[in-house]
Design a protein around this ligand. Structure first.
Ligand SMILES: [Zn+2]
Length: 158
């Protein structure tokens, strides 16, 4: 099982702002803008973009903010937690939001970090592009969540 790795493990730089930006991408923070008020925004952006590129080209693990469940979810980070106005909670983030996207022939495969292989695992999806693989993965995983919930309901009423 792979895990999220930080700037400290993956890159070499003396610039701690670059490292901070890199780790923000890994943790699933939205892209940094000058409007965020960081005095070192430019350096952070460089780190962020570097991590983004490594996710695409080298297949490093990172956090992607998906929906928490089917429906109108738009989770975002607030005060160090992922919150969702639709679900009305904090800490809505899921293990399956941690992903890796790997090039597989002419396609990309997006999978969760506890993915073993195509036979034993169900937490993966393919796509023609990096972005498409991620979108397809979200569809698969939200569907899984729904199936799990349905099973739970059947189990309780039986
Ligand atoms: Zn939600």
């Amino acid at each position: 099982m792979s895990k999220l790795k930080t700037a400290q493990e993956l890159i070499k730089t003396n610039n701690s702002s670059v490292m901070a930006g890199f780790n923000m991408f890994i943790r699933g923070c939205p892209p940094i803008t000058f409007g965020d008020g960081y005095h070192d925004a430019y350096d952070r952006m460089q780190g962020y973009e570097f991590a983004q590129r490594m996710a695409k080209e080298d297949g490093i693990a990172f956090t992607k903010v998906f929906k928490c469940k089917q429906g109108d979810c738009h989770p975002f980070q607030y005060g160090g937690f992922f919150v969702c106005n639709n679900c009305g909670g904090k800490g809505v983030d899921k293990e399956w939001w941690k992903i890796q996207v790997e090039k597989d022939g002419n396609e990309f495969c997006c999978h969760g970090l506890d993915f073993v292989n195509l036979q034993e695992s169900s937490n993966y999806a393919f796509g023609k592009t990096f972005e498409e693989a991620i979108l397809n993965y979200e569809k698969v995983m939200l569907c899984e969540v729904l199936i799990l919930q349905t099973n739970l309901i059947e189990y309780k009423t039986n």
